[in-house]
Design a protein. Sequence first.
Length: 260
Amino acid sequence: MTGKNVKITDLIDFAKKNGLTVKSQDEIASEAIDSITKKYNYGIEQIKLNFDRLLDETEQGGYRIYLEHEKEFGKSVFELFIKKLKDDGELNSLEETGKVLGGYFRLFDKFFLSLAQSRKSRAGKSFENFHNSLFKSLNYPFDYQKIINGKPDFLMPSVKHYRENPIDCIIFTAKRTLRERWRQIVTEGTRGLGFFLATIDDKVSDGQLKEMLDHRIYLVVPQRIKKENYKKSRNVLNFTQFFRDHLDPAMKRWKYNKVI
C-alpha cells in the first residue's frame, strides 16, 4: 500500500503501484474469441461462411467484455482511494465525502480521460487481434506486422515471398476506424497484387472510396455494414467476397506453384 500522507497525483499510477490494472488487449480479445468459439463450435468451412457475422459478434462482445473489466477496475481504484483518504485522516465522515472528493476533481478528470484514450486504443488493437485469431483458425498463411515499405498487419502468404515476388501477394490491414489514416498506409499496397483494408467504419465518404479505388485499395467490411452503408460501392467487399474472389484463388495459385 502507498504510504500515508503521500499526495496522489495520478490515479492510474496509484492503481498500478497497488497491483490494479485493466486486462490486456490480448486477454480481452482471447476472452471474446473463446466465447464465440464455444457458442458456435464451427469448423473451418463454417467459420469462413459465417466470418462476417463472427467478426461482428466478436468485436461487439470484446467491447462489452472490456467495459465490464473497466468498470471493475474503476470500482477497485475508488475503493482503494477512499481507504487511503480515511487512513490519512482526510476523510472522517460521510458528510465530508463531497467536499473532500471535490478537491480531487482534476485527479478524477485526468483518470477518466486516460481511461477513454486507452479504450479507443485497445478497441483498435483488439480489432486486429480478432482478425489474427480468425485467420489462424482458417489456416491461411501470413506474416504479422512485418516491415516492408510500411507495416501492414497481414502479409500473405509471407514476407519471404513478398521479397521474391511482391505482385503475387495480398496485403491486408485492419483498422477499426479510418478517418484520414488510410492515406498513411497507401504505400503498403503499391507493389502488391491487392491491398485490402478491413474496417467497421460506416462513415467513409464516396470521395474517399473513389480515391481508395484509384490506389487499388479495397475495403473489407462485415456484410451488415456493406448492405447498410456501401451497397453500391465497387471497392467495398464483405468477407465472403474477399475469400471467394481474392484470397482463396490466391491460395490455389500459391499451392500450385509450391509457394506454400
